[in-house]
Ligand binder design. Structure first.
Ligand code: HEM
Length: 497
């Protein structure tokens, strides 16, 4: 016989398969779940997502499942509604809007290169360990401004986040209360994690850059406690989601050398002659975008979303009472064979047009950091593939572990510098290039093309009377390679000039 929590055990034992099995077997758009004293519906039909996510707040809003997050992220964009939410969202949007996100290209690329160069020394790394740190550095840069946090502060933030997130995930679907001493221990961990994060925020606040999110939030004149809530939300939402997806992304590049070679070629095509990615070329970089989308389909970091019915209403052929929770699982929708052929296969030829693809949610509460998240993942694919050859050091990994986001299993990857082959030049077509030719080439370079590479070649060859084209292209490849491993950045070349 079914009782009011008969689905809870199956859910808690294996939440991912629970959502997937119930969603796949659904014969109605809404599937009732017995998960506690309140009515809960799994939204099985993707066509209902937009009507739910775009409904007036007075009808459908965030609800009790999300409010459990208030213990950590308090009164922040994720947990507020109405005018308070709108004001916060507008401030975040100012810095994160899709078009603006591309202004972060140089700083995100620099962080990826620096981190990757450090990995090259070891030659192997655990994917999520590296990507979670990397994405935290990126969100810190955007939140506080470039280079505001010290390495020690970054480490403190990572540790604090670890302290809070597992307990938080376990609490969300809990029906029975914890024993008092378990509860007290959890509370103490959360308090400690939060206090540690606030300590870092306080230290960084006065040094925050003018074009940073922190300044935009500061302009709202929030009470200090709420400014802290917002910062914590951004650290959690901005790094955890991207960091978990990024680990899978590196794994898939490592597992498919042909894909990695395509990405390396794409990286060259989107770069200017100094090797920097040109933001306006990124939307046309089809392979890296397809990799990012397919990773987000297979491993949607936000694997469930929830809303609550606020007024009695008709939806999906049912009458819903106020207080009914609506669960939407991108994990289910992204892997249901009704909407995707071979849903478990990593396939870059897919079309992503339908309503069953929602890694960033939908409507007015869709992810405000979507532009930055996509950009980070795309640059990660391009930068790593351009400079390194990755390979998995173990067999295929097991599936992800559901927590607040989808945590990847340990994935050990090897990496070594990619050989950059010079463009082939048949010996018969070699022609001498004199130093005065190089100088002329530099003078004639269009203003938009940075002439430092030519200048550097000239400098490097100052002892040689003349060189042929093959030697010049070999040197060019060597310089590119130096740049890719962070050995010679733009500033370095300027200094040489
Ligand atoms: C791959 C990366 C990311 C994924 C998959 C992701 C996913 C999501 C999803 C699904 C939502 C909607 C939740 C709901 O409707 O209940 C959301 C909201 C949010 N995300 Fe992201 N996110 C990512 C990256 C980021 C980044 C980089 C930032 C910050 C820079 C960020 C900040 C936020 C915030 C503040 C909200 C709340 C928006 C609101 O309620 O108005 N996210 N995210």
């Amino acid at each position: 016989m079914k009782h009011w929590f008969s689905d809870l055990v199956a859910f808690q034992r294996d939440p991912l398969n629970f959502f997937l099995d119930r969603g796949k077997a659904a014969t109605e758009p809404l599937v009732p779940l017995a998960m506690g004293p309140y009515a809960v519906m799994l939204v099985a039909d993707p066509e209902l997502v937009k009507p739910i996510m775009k409904a007036e707040e007075a009808m459908i809003d965030k609800g009790k499942l999300i409010y459990k997050l208030r213990e950590i992220i308090g009164r922040s964009s994720m947990t507020l509604s109405g005018p308070d939410h709108k004001a916060r969202r507008a401030a975040l949007h100012q810095q994160l809007a899709r078009g603006l996100a591309t202004s972060y290209v140089p700083q995100i690329s620099a962080i990826i290169r620096e981190q990757a160069a450090a990995l090259a020394v070891e030659g192997r790394f655990e994917a999520h360990h590296v990507t979670s740190r990397l994405t935290l550095r990126v969100i810190c840069n955007i939140l506080f401004g470039p280079d505001v946090l010290s390495a020690e502060d970054e480490t403190l933030l990572i540790e604090s986040i670890k302290l809070v997130e597992d307990d938080l995930a376990a609490d969300i679907f809990k029906v029975l209360p914890d024993l008092p001493w378990v509860r007290a221990r959890k509370k103490a961990r959360m308090r400690h994690g939060r206090a540690q994060m606030m300590h870092v925020v306080e230290r960084a606040k006065d040094r925050a850059g003018q074009a940073s999110i922190l300044r935009a939030l500061d302009a709202l004149k929030l009470p200090p406690e709420e400014l802290g809530d917002e910062v914590l939300l951004l650290l959690l939402a901005g790094h955890h989601t991207t960091g978990t997806a990024a680990a899978w992304l590196l794994y898939h590049i490592a597992a498919d050398p042909a894909l990695a070679a395509r990405l390396a070629a794409e990286a060259r095509a989107v770069s200017d002659d100094t090797g920097e990615a040109v933001p306006s070329r990124l939307p046309g970089a089809a392979t890296s975008l397809a990799v990012v989308r397919e990773v987000l389909r297979l491993y949607p970091s936000a694997w469930w979303l929830s809303r609550e019915v606020k007024q009695r209403m008709e939806l999906g052929g049912r009458t819903l009472k106020p207080g009914t929770s609506l669960l939407i699982s991108p994990w289910h929708m992204h892997r249901d064979p009704k909407y995707w052929a071979n849903p478990d296969k990593f396939d870059l030829e897919r079309k992503f047009a339908g309503a069953a693809f929602l890694p960033f949610g939908a409507g007015p509460r869709a992810c405000v950091g979507m532009g930055v998240g996509m950009l980070e993942l795309q640059l990660l694919a391009l930068e790593f593939a351009a400079a390194y050859e990755l390979r998995p050091l173990a067999g295929p990994p097991p599936g992800p572990k559901p927590s607040i986001t989808l945590i990847p299993p340990p994935m050990l990857l090897g990496l070594r510098l990619r050989e950059v082959a010079p463009p082939p030049t048949p010996p018969s077509r070699r022609s001498p290039v004199s130093r005065s030719d190089l100088a002329k080439k530099r003078e004639n370079a269009p203003a938009t093309v940075e002439p430092s590479l030519v200048t550097y070649l000239e400098y490097a060859l100052s002892d040689v009377g003349e060189i042929d084209e093959t030697a010049a292209s070999l040197l060019e490849a060597a310089i590119n390679r130096l740049r890719l491993v962070g050995g010679l950045d733009r500033e370095g070349r300027r200094a040489m000039n």
